[in-house]
Design a protein. Structure first.
Length: 118
């Protein structure tokens, strides 16, 4: 499975961005997807995951209420909608995939930079 993330950019605080991650080379309906982020000098942080069917999502409290994840199995794409962005959201955002709905993440994309200015 190959993953290609896109949609990052520069946005002002309070703004929104939607990230996309397109998957190729596998049965998209058989994989669950996730988003992580990594800021300079910080550990990688989990920000969202969605089940194979796209019906169950997991959003940590750190971004809940601002970030939502969705999965379009017809387009082999997962989205991360980010609202009310603040400078602390600045990071490289990476998408990941795994076979099934649990366990470790088997595949990683290259990441897309999100920069939020104050």
């Amino acid at each position: 499975v190959q993953l290609q993330a896109s949609g990052g950019g520069l946005v002002q605080a309070g703004g929104s961005l939607r990230l996309s991650c397109a998957a190729t080379g596998g049965m998209f309906s058989s994989i669950s997807m996730g988003w992580f982020r990594q800021a300079p000098g910080k550990e990688r942080e989990f920000v969202a995951a969605i089940s194979r069917s796209g019906t169950i999502s997991n959003i940590p409290s750190s971004v809940r209420g601002r970030f939502t994840i969705s999965k379009d199995n017809a387009k082999n794409t997962v989205y991360l909608q980010m609202n009310s962005l603040n400078p602390e959201d600045t990071a490289i955002y990476l998408c990941a995939a795994r076979i099934g709905d649990t366990g470790g993440w088997n595949y990683w994309g290259q990441g897309t930079q999100v920069t939020v200015s104050s």
